[in-house]
Write a protein that binds this ligand. Structure first.
Ligand code: NAD
Ligand code: GLY
Length: 386
C-alpha cells in the first residue's frame, strides 16, 4: 500500500504531498498531473546517465502518457558536478526549450540531482514548479523534503542556494534495489541521525530494521512483502519527523535555539563536514562522515555530562549496524578542529553544536561551553580507537 504524507508549512500556509510506495514509477504521470497546474505542458526531466538508464524511460513514458511534453537534460554524475557550470547549462537548456512560468522541472536521482534541479527551478524566471523523485535513501528521507536547494562553489559546499519547496515528492522504494551498498550505509547514517533526534520509537524502529535487514544483503529482500512494507514504514516515519520540523521552521530561523529548530537536523554535521573537508571530499560519502559526526557528538555530550553512558552505547550500537564506514587513518584531530574553527570564522557566526540530552531530546550548545580538551578527547575516542 502506498502512503501519503504532507508538509504543511506554517508560515506560508502552503502544503505539498509526499507519496511513498513501490513499483509506482510507471504511473507517476498521473500523480504529477495532480501536483502541477492544469496549464503545465512541458517538463524538463533532470537526471544523470546512470539513473536515467535504470528508471528514466519508465518515468518519461508515464509523463508522456499523462499528456506532458518531456525534455530530458542529463547532468554529469557526482558531487563535484553540483556546481555553477552545471547550473548554467541547465538554465540554458530551459531557455532554449522555451520553458515558461507554467512549466516544470522534475528531478530524478539522488541529492545531487535534486539540489541542482531544485536550485535551477528556483531561479529560472524567478521560480518555476518542480517535483522530486528521489532514488537514494538519503534523498528519500532527507534532501527531497524541505525545500533546501543549492550548488557548491569556491565559497563552500551548499552555500549558494535558495529555499524552494517542491510541488510534490514521489518515492518508489524499489529504486533502492540498485543502490550500491555504500550509498545505503550513507543513507542509513542520516536515518540514525533523524531517529536519534526524534525519540525512542523511531530510534528502536531503525535499530530493529537494521538488525533484520543489513545493508550488506539488502537486494535479496525486495521480493519479500514484509520487507517492502517495513522499508516504506521506515522511510515514511523519517519523512514525518523531518516534515514536522520543516513545517515549523521552514527557513531555519537563525535566532532559534529550541529543540524544534530546523538547526537540529545538523546533528552530526559539524564533525561530519570537517571530516569531508580535511579529506578533500574524496574519502567519505556525506552520510558516512555524518555517521562519525553522530558518534563524536554523542561523546562530546557524554563528556560534558549531559548524555548518559547507556544512551551513548545505544547510539554506537545502531551506527555499528549501518555497515562499514571508511577508515579514519591519517586524519589529525588538530586538522578537524581547525576545519570547524575556519568554517565558523568564514561566515562570521558562533559555532553551535547539536548535542543530545537523551535520545529524542536534542540541545543546541555554544562552542564556548566545550573545552578544546573535551573536543580532543571525544574525537580521539571516535576516530582513533575504533
Ligand atoms: P548522489 O546524488 O551523489 O547519489 C549517490 C550515487 O548514487 C550517485 O552516483 C548516483 O548516480 C547514484 N544513484 C542514485 N540513485 C540510484 C539508484 N536508485 N540506483 C543506483 N545508483 C543510484 O548522493 P546522495 O547521497 O543522494 O545526495 C548527496 C547530496 O545531497 C549532497 O550534495 C548533499 O549536500 C545533498 N543534501 C541536501 C540536503 C537538502 O536538504 N537539500 C540534505 C542532505 C544532503
Ligand atoms: N538536511 C538539513 C535540512 O534540511 O535542514
Amino acid at each position: 500500500m502506498n502512503q501519503t504524507l504532507s508538509v504543511k508549512l506554517k508560515e506560508t500556509a502552503r502544503e505539498y504531498e509526499i507519496e511513498i510506495g513501490h513499483d509506482s514509477l510507471k504511473t507517476i504521470g498521473v500523480w504529477a498531473r495532480r501536483c502541477l497546474s492544469k496549464s503545465t505542458k512541458k517538463v524538463v526531466l533532470i537526471s544523470n546517465a546512470k539513473v536515467f538508464r535504470l528508471y528514466g524511460e519508465a518515468v518519461k513514458k508515464s509523463f508522456e502518457d499523462a499528456g506532458f511534453e518531456v525534455l530530458v537534460w542529463l547532468m554529469k554524475d557526482g558531487e563535484r558536478h553540483k556546481n555553477f557550470r552545471s547550473l548554467e547549462t541547465a538554465l540554458k537548456f530551459f531557455s532554449e526549450k522555451k520553458l515558461t512560468r507554467t512549466d516544470s522541472v522534475v528531478a530524478l536521482g539522488g541529492g545531487v540531482v535534486g539540489d541542482l534541479a531544485g536550485f535551477a527551478a528556483a531561479i529560472y524566471l524567478r521560480g518555476i514548479a518542480f517535483l522530486q523523485i528521489p532514488t537514494t535513501l538519503l534523498s528519500m528521507i532527507d534532501s527531497s523534503v524541505g525545500g533546501k536547494t543549492a550548488v557548491n562553489s569556491a565559497f563552500g559546499k551548499n552555500l549558494i542556494g535558495a529555499f524552494h519547496q517542491p510541488k510534490g515528492v514521489l518515492i518508489d522504494v524499489e529504486t533502492l534495489k540498485t543502490l550500491p551498498r555504500r550509498e545505503l550505509t550513507a543513507g542509513f547514517c542520516e536515518a540514525v541521525k533523524q531517529s536519534a533526534l526524534s525519540g525512542a520509537d523511531l530510534f528502536n524502529q531503525t535499530a530493529r530494521f537494521l538488525e533484520n535487514y543489513s545493508p550488506k544483503f539488502f537486494k535479496k529482500h525486495f521480493s519479500d512483502e514484509k520487507f517492502l512494507s517495513e522499508l516504506k514504514n521506515l522511510v515514511a516515519a523519517n519523512i514525518a519527523f523531518k516534515a514536522e520540523i520543516v513545517a515549523g521552521d521552514e527557513q531555519e530561523n537563525v535566532s532559534r535555539t529550541d529543540a524544534k529548530s530546523r538547526k537540529i537536523l545538523n546533528f552530526g554535521h559539524t564533525v561530519g563536514h570537517a571530516l569531508e573537508k580535511v579529506t578533500g571530499y574524496k574519502r567519505f560519502k556525506h552520510g558516512e562522515a555524518v555517521g562519525y559526526g553522530i558518534l563524536a557528538a554523542g561523546e562530546i555530550a557524554n563528556n560534558i555530562g549531559i548524555f548518559g553512558k547507556n544512551e551513548l552505547k545505544s547510539l554506537n550500537d545502531v551506527i555499528g549496524l549501518v555497515g562499514k564506514l571508511p577508515s579514519t587513518d591519517n586524519i589529525e584531530i588538530k586538522e578537524i578542529i581547525e576545519a570547524f574553527e575556519f568554517d565558523k570564522k568564514s561566515i562570521d557566526k558562533t559555532l553551535q553544536w547539536i548535542l543530545l540530552r537523551e535520545i529524542g531530546k536534542p540541545e543546541i550548545v555554544n562552542n564556548e561551553k566545550i573545552s578544546t580538551e573535551i573536543l580532543q578527547k571525544s574525537l580521539n575516542k571516535v576516530l582513533k580507537s575504533r
